[in-house]
Design a protein around this ligand. Structure first.
Ligand SMILES: O=c1ccn([C@@H]2O[C@H](COP(=O)(O)OP(=O)(O)O[C@H]3O[C@H](CO)[C@@H](O)[C@H](O)[C@H]3O)[C@@H](O)[C@H]2O)c(=O)[nH]1
Ligand SMILES: [Mn+2]
Length: 743
């Protein structure tokens, strides 16, 4: 908080406030830790008391391993609970402290990679929404990176540049809050108020039709090209131009020194960049794309502030940069500030958020916790970076190989880009696919290479270097993006994350060792994420072993009469209860929480398991993996299934199999146990906990049963998957019976 300075009151730009339940969290942590130790003691004890049944021995060992992992994961979550804070910022006070003339320039980076998974029209809407920021136009530049190297995307941007000349003054004139044209025209506010609205809406529609037509036909026909300048631009897409092999394309579509909108106002810069590709040079995915944008923008504008956005994350509030300035211009928060991170929010989520796309824990609860330490981790999109922080630690600046890329380099504004062939050719040079060889890009400079979650990895290394970040979470969401709406998309996305996180966990910067040594609690928080996927080990164990034992009539948990029974109940209810409470206190509903914990289970049974396996195969040199872009297109059938809140199994995936096996095994074991109970056999006093567990998983698997037997729509479980799963479940039972009854 800003205090008084030399007698005059400076209005506060931001405040922080600790969250009140912290003390309770700490007390609970102590109690829960004791309970964990009691449990582990009990586990070791059962292991050492010799049992004659080998199944019991194997099960006891697996349970010990699982409980150790669960305990470690629980320990890492405490990092988020020790010092959570809430922040608020006051953009209204900004003008009293800094004049707009002194605002830093802002470069916005938008990444896209595939015109068929990421419709160009959406990317264009994202770009338009930030071009219309309430920010001095001459300080604003938008750079688009197209890893798809697609003439279709380029065409869309050419059209967008023309449309922007009408759209930007329209937003200004009516001071719209919603500056993403598509969102604006589909909201009710557009239909009523403004007379000239129908005119601009028609312009938007005509752009939309043109762009969609071009995308559908797969090529930019001659009839779409007007004028020599455009023809020249498209001449880069020659016959041997493919997305994996092509030269650099850089086109300055709008330039602030020369292009004006229809009211005579200057427009922001808009630059299209598709970096050079070659099959023999490493691709580096989004990290590579962002580093190219960092260099190209350094040469053209070199703004000290950089906003990174995924192509689907459009602005929902034109004042967002001013909120960021509340931190960047405050001497109390400015030192060592690397980035201001906004949460990812998603439009069009189903009522109870069936896929847990809200990520309340990831983007809100844990962010608040980290903000009290060194700040939230970076999540790839919706982050305003101080450019300087991407060039070495706060104390030692790492100089790039050429002076034009230096964060303090001043671009000669008198010479517009279109009049400076030298500038353009240098920009092409630094976007080359071999440019980074023998440089520090990706290791010490820019976005870091080596993980499929380059955002997490880069944020982590920045924090290790001594930078901090700030979590900004205004009431009106700053950005809205698209969340996956089918199960297979969700699982593939999480599988990629799982692999990327494991890459960090087993790198030489492992958060458990390196991270905790350099940053203490903050390292622990990072460790929580890097080991995220190994949650699948205890989940797999608890979803299968007690159930197989149950069907064999073997009791592995304490009896109701034993004190251990209560210990188990406490551990289970304590963890779930605290999790649910955190969720509800941050504005969630019970139904959303239930779906959230279900998705956690499903992930453990599918993508985290498969991600871990894929990572192992890659480490052994058997296979390789790439960045599988999440589709942002939904067909009508899919969106219908989504809005009805049913899991969509429509596109078959091997990841469904383990999930289906778990569903089947829990069903049969529960039914078997239930039968035994009503038949009243004497020695099943130890089975109730196993019954409860199987029952709980069955409850979670309800949508899976529905998808296997009841549903007839396109999203039902593929029959093939059900058959394979049934066969595997049968094999598991056969093996379990064989082991336990063979003696
Ligand atoms: O080779 C590539 C691959 C992807 N992208 C872009 O990266 C962004 C994120 O891709 P997406 O498929 O949407 O992945 P998500 O899993 O939804 O993204 C999350 O996870 C990523 C790391 O795995 C982060 O980069 C993202 O910022 C974060 O939102 C998109 O704009 C893509 O166009 C590229 O530019 N080049
Ligand atoms: Mn995405």
């Amino acid at each position: 908080m800003r205090g008084k300075s030399s007698g005059t009151e400076i209005p506060p730009l931001n405040t922080t406030e600790p969250i009140r339940r912290t003390a309770l969290n700490r007390v609970f942590a102590v109690v829960y830790t004791c309970a964990i130790f009691a449990l582990l003691y009990h586990r070791v004890e059962t292991l050492t008391i010799r049992s004659r049944n080998p199944l019991v021995l194997v099960v006891s060992f697996c349970l010990l391993l699982s409980d150790v992992i669960l305990a470690l994961m629980w320990a890492t979550t405490q990092a988020f609970r020790m010092r959570p804070i809430h922040r608020r910022e006051f953009p209204g006070n900004l003008q009293k402290v800094v004049r707009p003339r002194e605002f830093p320039a802002l470069d916005v980076f938008i990444c896209t990679a595939d015109p068929y998974k990421e419709p160009p029209l959406s990317v264009v809407n994202t770009a338009l929404s930030v071009m219309a920021y309430d920010y001095p136009t001459e300080k604003l530049s938008v750079y688009v990176s197209d890893d798809g190297g697609s003439a279709l995307t380029f065409f869309a941007f050419m059209e967008a540049a023309k449309f922007a000349a009408h759209w930007l003054p329209f937003c200004r004139k009516f001071n719209l809050m919603e500056r993403n044209p598509r969102a604006y025209f589909s909201s009710s506010s557009s239909t009523s108020t403004h007379a000239c609205c129908s005119e601009i809406k028609m312009m938007y529609e005509s752009m939309k039709v043109k762009v969609e037509h071009v995308v559908e036909s797969g090529k930019v026909g001659d009839e779409n090209i007007t004028g020599d300048r455009e023809r020249e631009a498209f001449s880069k897409w020659t016959d041997d131009f493919t997305r994996h092999e092509h030269p650099t394309v850089i086109q300055v579509l709008l330039e602030t020194s020369k292009d004006r909108d229809i009211t005579g106002h200057f427009m922001p810069n808009l630059v299209y960049v598709s970096r050079e590709k070659s099959k023999t040079s490493p691709h580096r995915f989004k990290a590579g794309a962002l580093n190219v944008l960092l260099r190209v923008s350094a040469i053209m504008t070199n703004a000290p502030m950089v906003l990174t956005l995924d192509c689907d994350m459009s602005s929902n509030d034109p004042q967002t940069p001013l909120r960021v300035l509340c931190y960047i211009s405050d001497p109390a928060t400015r030192p060592n500030l690397s980035f201001v991170q906004f949460p990812q929010r998603f439009r069009g989520l189903s009522k109870n958020d069936i896929y847990a796309s809200e990520f309340k824990r990831l983007f809100l609860i844990n962010f608040l916790g980290m903000d009290g330490l060194k700040g939230p981790n970076h999540v790839g999109t919706g982050a305003f970076f101080c450019r300087r922080s991407l060039f070495g630690s706060p104390s030692t600046l790492i100089s790039p190989e050429i002076p034009q890329l230096h964060p303090n380099h001043v671009v000669d504004k008198d010479k517009p880009i279109h009049e400076s062939p030298a500038m353009l050719s240098l920009a092409h040079h630094v976007a080359g696919c071999n440019y980074e060889n023998q440089t520090k890009w990706g290791s010490k400079m820019g976005i870091r290479y080596g993980s499929l979650v380059e955002d997490y990895y880069t944020g982590y290394l920045l924090h290790c270097e001594g930078w901090r970040s700030i979590f900004c979470n205004p009431d009106r969401p700053a950005f809205y993006g698209d969340a996956p709406t089918t199960l297979v998309d969700l699982l593939n996305q999480h599988k990629r994350w799982a692999i990327g996180l494991l890459e960090v966990a087993f790198s030489r910067y492992c958060p458990i060792t390196f991270g905790i040594r350099t940053m203490g609690l903050m390292g622990l928080a990072y460790a929580h994420y890097s080991f995220w996927p190994i949650w699948s080990i205890p989940i797999m164990v608890y979803a299968f072993l007690p159930q197989l034992a149950l069907a064999s009539g073997i009791s592995i948990f304490p009896k109701i009469s034993e004190p251990g029974f209560l210990l188990y109940l406490f551990l289970f209810l304590g963890a779930y209860g605290q999790d649910c409470l955190d969720f509800l206190l941050e504005g969630g509903t019970f139904r959303k929480w239930w779906n959230d914990q279900r998705i956690w289970l499903i992930r453990g049974l599918s993508c985290h398991l498969f991600g871990t396996l894929e990572y192992l195969l890659k480490s052994l040199g058997i296979s390789a993996f790439g960045f599988n872009v999440t589709s942002k297109v939904v067909d009508d059938e899919q969106s219908k299934i989504y809005s009805q809140e049913m899991l969509d199994f429509g596109v078959p995936s091997p990841m469904f199999v383990t999930l289906a096996v778990a569903a089947i095994v829990n069903f049969f074991s529960f039914s078997f146990g239930f039968l035994q109970m009503i038949c009243g056999s004497d020695d099943n006093e130890g089975l109730p906990l196993q019954m409860l567990l199987a029952g709980f998983i069955m409850l979670n698997c309800w949508p899976v049963y529905e998808a296997m037997v009841l549903r007839t729509d396109k999203g039902k479980m593929p029959t093939k998957v059900t058959i394979i799963a049934a066969f595997l479940a049968w094999t598991l039972y056969a093996a379990a019976f064989h082991i336990s009854f063979s003696k």
